[in-house]
Design a protein around this ligand. Structure first.
Ligand SMILES: Nc1ncnc2c1ncn2[C@@H]1O[C@H](COP(=O)(O)OP(=O)(O)OP(=O)(O)O)[C@@H](O)[C@H]1O
Ligand SMILES: [Mg+2]
Length: 310
């Protein structure tokens, strides 16, 4: 088996309105793949087609080689799915919810009870396992969502915006949990999100979708290189004091494309190595460079550039 997910020219039109068009997506076993794109780009529609919950207008979606449209039960058996807006029965406790989900998946209570303890512990809900889910915060509900995904021992997990509306600390816990789940159990993860720094932190590869198309794909490093072309790099310069004329003088150096400053930091986009010239300008202006280092593009910069290019 080569790909966990493979879509071939996958397309979906709702009454003639395009949601996804000729999407070719491939996800490897064990990887955490981030699906990025603005509202309405087609992320959720793609996910629903992968799960066999909506039918493609044309093209195919395969999960572990199973056709999502003609063999949806086989896909569902090995796939865990956390929808965008997950909801549970409010008067069940966390433990009862998990038992219920286990039953739905054909796991007898005798077998599920130790598994439930284990899963509750791994998502950090052991202490509230007897609390009614209706009284959970959004972050707790989301963790319970991940627990319901884990209880069925999936090989592949799809998480649609798992951290939206959760505070930074809670989101960070959920991200750690996703990485742990993927690494420890070799689970392949497809994660859709708008939150670029979160995606950057945990994804091995990302795909950027715009109007139903995949417009960019790769590791963040690869995407950065692609966007930048071969020659462009970033320099980050910390100066002892930001003199008013420094940024303008640096802009005049040949090869410098863009200069931004904030506090005593300068961020310089350039198409060649200009470190010597930058140092000289800084010293000539009467202060000192404390640090000059080159850095890669952030996912945020990559993403914005993809959409600027159109
Ligand atoms: N059930 C539906 N009926 C009609 N149009 C739909 C339906 N579901 C989605 N669409 C349309 O398909 C397009 C893609 O929507 P989709 O929900 O896949 O986007 P998304 O990338 O998940 O967006 P978001 O980031 O807002 O969740 C949008 O134009 C949307 O209006
Ligand atoms: Mg969506």
């Amino acid at each position: 088996m080569e790909w966990v997910v493979e879509t071939r020219e996958l397309s979906k039109f709702y009454n003639g309105v395009k949601a996804v068009e000729k999407l070719n997506l491939r996800i490897r076993e064990g990887e955490i793949y981030g699906l990025l794109g603005p509202n309405g780009a087609g992320k959720t529609t793609t996910i629903l087609m992968l799960l066999g919950l909506t039918e493609p207008t044309s093209g195919r979606a395969l999960v572990y080689g199973y056709n999502s449209t003609t063999e949806p039960l086989k896909v569902k058996r090995i796939t865990g799915y956390l929808p965008e807006n997950v909801g549970f029965y409010e008067d069940l406790t966390a433990r009862e919810t998990l038992r219920y989900i286990a039953r739905l998946n054909g796991i007898p209570d005798k077998e599920s009870s130790s598994k439930i303890d284990e899963v509750l512990k791994s998502v950090g809900l052991s202490e509230v396992s007897e609390r009614e889910v209706g009284k959970f915060s959004r972050g707790m509900t989301q963790r319970l969502g991940i627990a319901t995904v884990l209880i069925k021992h999936p090989k592949f997990v799809i998480l649609d915006e798992p951290t939206t509306g959760i505070d930074p600390e809670g989101a960070s816990h959920i991200l750690d949990l996703i990485v742990k789940m993927s690494r420890e159990q070799n689970i392949t993860v497809l994660l859709s999100s708008h939150l670029l720094h979160q995606v950057q932190r945990i994804c091995d590869r990302v795909g950027i979708v715009s109007e139903g198309h995949l417009v960019g794909e790769g590791s963040i490093e690869q995407l950065g290189r692609e966007i930048a072309g071969k020659e462009q790099t970033f320099l980050e310069v910390q100066v002892e004091e930001l003199m008013p004329n420094i940024a303008n003088s640096i802009r005049k150096i040949e090869g410098v494309k863009e200069v931004r400053s904030s506090g005593n930091l300068l961020s310089i986009r350039c198409d060649r190595d200009v470190r010597r010239q930058v140092s000289k300008v800084i010293v000539d202006s009467g202060t000192l460079p404390l640090q000059i280092r080159s850095r890669d593009y952030t996912l945020e910069e990559i993403y914005i550039r993809y959409f600027q290019r159109g």
